[in-house]
Write a protein that binds this ligand. Sequence first.
Ligand code: HPA
Length: 273
Amino acid sequence: MDITYQHIQETAEFIKAKGIEAPQVGIILGTGLGGLVKHLNIIQEIDYASIPNFPISTVESHKGKLIYGELEGKKVLAMQGRFHYYEGYNMQQITLPVRVMKLLGIQQLLISNAAGAVNLNYKKGTLMLLDDHINLLPENPLTGKNINELGPRFPDMSQPYNKRINELMITAAKKEDVELHKGVYASVPGPNLETRAEYRYIKIIGGDAVGMSTVPEVIVANHMNLPCAAVSVLTDECDPDNLHPVSLQEILDVAAEAEKGLVKLFKSVIKQL
Ligand code: HPA
């Protein structure tokens, strides 16, 4: 399905009519990282399934709810669960929620994801702030007719992750004693994890972490001039010379443990936005 500006407006109007009127910060919660919502003073929740034009998540570990509430004195709109390319949606569907959140008024977008550590100095269970990315997905959310109402045909990507928010993240990590690396995230289509040769390749081209999300959302945020930042929870170490099979359960377990640091970071940054 092709997403038009009218679809985006229609979805935004539906959400507004449910009382979600003035969100300031948008948050996308990645795999195994839904726990931040426990810290929210919840005002309203909407299942994705009831939102017009939203795709329905097919992955059980992704809950699929839009949650509006208060966190650190800010009105936040959190996506508990996101849409992935491997589920079969097109890039415009995957990024529709980011478009809609922008129309609803968010001024910043904070993103989280689970990723594999390709930089072997970065241990599993630690966090990585995205400083840049490499898009290895076979499609781009901006392909097709440009939505001029939202942004330019050829958006700049010289600084895809907002400098000020990243500085706040680094300061918050120091203050909260959370180990936070900085690096380049490579996005792959999945759903399979990578082969040894692919991990080697990702490392050679400059990736520090690899995952199956985030980049489409960041492209669309940049298109709309929406400042964003993203943090990866490193759930496995991708050492091509010593590669062990990883299960989704292991990824979820590590994510659940590392989530505590992520929550501290996001709360501290949101307070200062
Ligand atoms: N590769 C891709 N996606 C991932 C990985 C990985 O090793 N770990 C968690 N998400």
